[in-house]
Ligand binder design. Structure first.
Ligand SMILES: [Zn+2]
Length: 238
């Protein structure tokens, strides 16, 4: 399964991007579309009543939870994930697509095509845009890593003991003791090699997310971000 997270300000062209890139049979989760389906409003409508939005969000979460268990590509629009959410997405092997045609274009489109609130939302998106946040590629969680993780996951026999804690590992996140998807790591002893050339070093094994992030045998340099400590939370979606 591949999860594609499509981010970007209002009117950036996120739905259009998914239309252009998703294949038949892929799952598309778009809050706007869900809200319009619930309310019977036009597909291009972007203005939703609060009670519709509340129900649409619940439906979206249910769709995400169910989609995670399917073996298919999932396209999810998430306008502005927090850095923590981005990390979680990437830890799950998600591919992040940021759609940003530039502030001028977005502001013009918002004025012409979107409800009033979208101008403010777009301005906020640009104000809070994480500056200099390293891409997944630079952090070594790039495409090759994600592909390798998927390969390892496909080869995994459910119930195989985790190399760190010995508890069984499962392909389905919710079956793992920490309720989180398995992560791929580079194995003990490869930290130096990894630091020297993280793009070229392949992940060699799977382990629980909690075990991967709690130090263990592999001395990966850790971030001092305390929000990373709540491992076991699984996939937290806005
Ligand atoms: Zn473990």
């Amino acid at each position: 399964m591949t999860i594609h997270i499509v981010t970007g300000p209002p009117a950036a062209g996120k739905s259009t991007y998914i239309r252009a890139h998703a294949k038949p049979g892929d799952i598309r989760i778009d809050l706007d579309h869900i809200a319009n389906a619930l309310a019977g409003t036009d597909v291009d409508n972007h203005e939703h009543a609060a009670h519709i939005l509340t129900v649409a969000k619940a439906a979206r979460q249910a769709a995400i939870d169910a989609a995670m268990k399917q073996d298919c590509a999932v396209w999810l629009i998430h306008t502005k994930p927090t850095p923590k959410q981005l990390d979680d997405y990437e830890a799950q092997g998600a591919v992040i697509h940021e759609i940003d045609p530039g502030k001028d274009v977005v502001m013009k489109r918002c004025k012409a095509e979107r409800p009033k609130g979208s101008l403010i939302a777009a301005a906020k998106w640009y104000d809070n845009k994480p500056k200099g946040k390293k891409s997944t590629h630079e952090r070594g969680y790039g495409h090759a890593h994600q592909q390798q993780r998927r390969k390892l996951l496909a080869q995994l026999k459910d119930g195989t003991p985790c190399p760190e804690c010995g508890k069984p590992m499962f392909k389905t996140a919710t079956k793992n003791f920490d309720n989180a998807a398995l992560e791929a790591d580079h194995g003990p002893g490869s930290a130096l090699k990894y630091a020297q050339d993280k793009q070229a070093t392949k992940a060699t094994r799977l382990l629980h997310r909690t075990c991967n992030r709690s130090g263990g045998a592999w001395d990966r340099p850790r971030k001092s971000d305390p929000s990373r400590e709540d491992a076991g939370q699984g996939f937290v979606w806005a």
